[in-house]
Design a protein around this ligand. Structure first.
Ligand code: WTA
Length: 665
């Protein structure tokens, strides 16, 4: 029996609202799903009747407060919000201890699956002991409330434990994705002024041990004056170089510490974490989030958007804790809600391309949250791979990170969801902290490819250049028009950049940096970034940062980078470079230089930033004021007819570029 009803949408044909073409189908929630759903249509009415009261109610029912709050929102210091500011609480207590106190200590919090196949089962009671030990060890290493801790770990339980241990003592964590280079790590440690770095000897990726500690050693050697200790988890058993007095093994100090620890209650506005993300300039932004509002919205969205039933669901978000999705939907949201979840260390194709589906079958996963790029990769591998596993436990599927094209959406629902599961396409950002625009399963009639509606309690609009709301059927800029609990409180150490970046394009409104359209029903379709931020496999990369990296190479005179549409990764990095005369005359084959430049970027920023292509060109298209016209380069990278080039200072440049690229090598 299918429990959703596909119907042909007559009025719901946003042909021009989405580049992928018309959405042929809509999917109404099945009565069976709707009957048992956490969310009801009534939530929208409650939230719009009194937004403050609605959020206060969520904060009171979803969290345990050491000191209850009276104030809800203080917006007098806009654009910095204060939510529930006179309340006090502890994030780790909420995520762990209170579940044990409520008699759920035996419930599994984490089913860990290492890439080589090793497993660990961690109950809430285990987690309480482990987090307490780690909190005591952090204290013994001199980390106190307010100190920052950098975390550079693979997807192993210690990553979750360390984040919670930090939260337990009120030390903001700054997780740096394990795929980032030592230089990226160094600048993040330095910007946050971290006192401690927590890392591992390495982790497993694609069937091999991949070392992590050398990047920390390099970063600290290159200059991170605030770092006092490096705490190292033994994961792979690989060789590590050791700095006496600075480096400490996890098993020496955490495993031996007391498993009793009293959580430190902090003010609701106490910083919980910093997470760096790419902006339009080269320097990454340290987005920081505070405690009460962030946890409220993480828990609220996790419960309603995924319809979580903590007693029966097995939840799996495939994101790494190095990204915001891992913060909100691996650590805080699910654990606050007392969920049982899967944490998987490795890649989807190791040791075989059915690994994810094998895990879904093995653990009876009911809720799966992943990214369009992963779905498209699975599509490419063929549906017989997931078809070989029993996926009938799945009941809700989520998508995040970039627009999901209708083909991938319908494939996801049909092949993975057995033509049965609701799909929630969730739009949000590192800055928003939690999901903002998404269907509610059991309530919303879904449309493949659209994130559709702001959640109850959230207010969004699509504006034109003059800050007027666009009519249905039109495109414009996505803005958020009311403060929300999990909004960023700023950019670490740079309040001005915060105001400039997000609040100056449309005065008093938060500008997300995304383009969007409203269809004939007023539903929102995301159209991708409108600034110089690329989205590769759901990861944000700054064009400027990659350009700076290329230009730092001795062979490169000038560089321009664009995000070109890519079937699998959404966008791919394509770089156009002008080589220095001496590099050209050095007589090296151009392929060799191209390879070297790709490697150079991977080394400097991280493998995710490695350009798909480096194209050597004689000139770059520039306006009279010297601004590079990336739009024209994107046309070249996507093999399109080059668009209007009349504003170029030298209109023959595009012909030169195209001719050069067409010439046989
Ligand atoms: C994009 C990830 C369309 C968007 C949670 C946003 C999306 C950026 C969606 C934030 C979606 C995220 N549909 N686009 N469902 N989800 N994006 O900070 O461009 O890594 O601005 O946060 O990803 O990326 P970030």
């Amino acid at each position: 029996m299918t429990d959703t009803v596909p119907s042909t949408a007559e009025s719901h044909a946003p042909d021009e609202a989405h580049p992928e073409g018309p959405a042929a189908l809509t999917f109404a929630p099945s009565p069976e799903f709707a009957r048992q759903a956490n969310a009801t249509a009534d939530l929208y009415a409650q939230a719009s009747a009194d937004r403050s009261a609605f959020w206060a109610e969520q904060a009171r029912t979803l969290l345990s407060w050491a000191t209850p709050f009276e104030e809800v929102l203080d917006w007098s210091g806009a654009p910095v919000a204060r939510w529930f500011a006179d309340g006090r609480l502890n994030a780790a207590y909420n995520a762990v201890d209170r579940h044990v106190e409520a008699g759920n200590g035996d419930r599994v919090a984490i089913h860990f699956e290492g890439e080589p196949g090793d497993t660990r089962t961690i109950t809430y009671a285990d987690l309480q002991r482990e987090v307490s030990r780690a909190a005591n060890a952090l204290g013994a290493l001199g980390v106190g409330t307010g100190d920052r801790v950098a975390i550079y770990l693979p997807m192993i339980p210690e990553a979750v434990v360390t984040m919670l241990a930090c939260a337990r003592i009120g030390a903001p964590h700054s997780v740096v994705f394990g795929g980032f280079s030592s230089e990226a790590l160094r600048s993040r440690i330095d910007d946050a002024g971290a006192k401690l770095v927590v890392t591992a000897d390495g982790g497993y990726r694609r069937g091999a041990a991949s070392p992590l500690k050398p990047a920390v050693d390099e970063a600290v050697a290159a200059g991170t004056p605030t770092v006092e200790h490096v705490l190292v988890v033994r994961r792979t058993g690989g060789d590590v170089t050791w700095t006496k007095g600075r480096d400490v093994w996890w098993h020496d100090v955490v495993d031996t510490a007391s498993d009793k620890h009293t959580p430190v209650d902090v003010e609701a506005e106490h910083p919980l974490f910093i997470l760096y993300t790419s902006g339009t300039t080269g320097k990454p932004k340290g987005i920081f989030h505070t405690t009460g509002g962030y946890l409220t919205q993480a828990a609220y969205t996790h419960r309603n958007v995924f319809d979580l039933k903590p007693e029966t669901d097995v939840y799996w978000c495939t994101a790494d804790v190095g990204w915001i999705t891992g913060h909100s939907y691996v650590v805080y949201g699910p654990l606050i809600n007392g969920a049982t979840q899967i944490v998987y260390e490795g890649t989807p194709d190791t040791p075989h391309r059915g690994r994810w589906w094998e895990l879904v079958q093995k653990y009876g996963v009911t809720i799966l949250y992943t990214a369009p790029t992963a779905i498209r990769t699975c599509m490419k591998w063929g549906e017989e791979i997931p078809g070989g596993f029993d996926l009938s436990s799945l009941r809700v599927l989520g998508s995040v990170g970039e627009p999901i094209n209708p083909e991938a959406w319908t494939w996801y629902r049909r092949v993975i969801g057995g033509d049965r599961t609701p799909i929630v396409d969730t739009w949000w950002q590192t800055e928003t902290g939690a999901i903002m625009i998404s269907p509610l399963p059991g309530v919303t009639t879904t449309k493949p490819g659209s994130a559709q509606v702001p959640l109850p309690g959230i207010a969004a609009e699509v504006l034109d250049d003059d800050a007027q709301p666009v009519a249905n059927g039109q495109a414009g800029y996505l803005v958020l028009t009311e403060p929300w609990p999990s909004m960023l409180r700023g950019i670490w150490g740079d309040p001005e950049r915060y105001a400039d970046t997000y609040w100056s394009r449309f005065r008093g409104l938060y500008f997300a940096g995304d383009g969007a359209k409203k269809d004939e029903d007023g539903d929102i379709w995301l159209l991708g970034r409108v600034d110089d931020v690329m989205n590769v496999s759901g990861h944000r990369l700054s064009t400027t940062e990659i350009e700076s990296s290329l230009v730092s190479h001795p062979s490169v005179a000038e560089a321009a980078v664009v995000g070109a549409t890519d079937e699998t990764t959404g966008q791919a990095v394509v770089a156009f470079v002008i080589l220095r005369a001496d590099a050209v005359t050095a007589g090296r084959p151009v392929e060799e230089v191209q390879q070297e430049l790709r490697q150079h970027v991977a080394r400097q920023i991280g493998p995710i930033a490695r350009p798909r292509q480096v194209l050597v060109v004689p000139e770059l298209p520039k306006t009279r004021s010297g601004k590079i016209m990336r739009r024209l380069l994107r046309d070249v990278a996507e093999h399109r007819q080059v668009g209007d080039a009349t504003t170029l200072a030298d209109s023959s440049v595009m012909e030169l570029i195209s001719a050069g690229l067409a010439a046989p090598k």
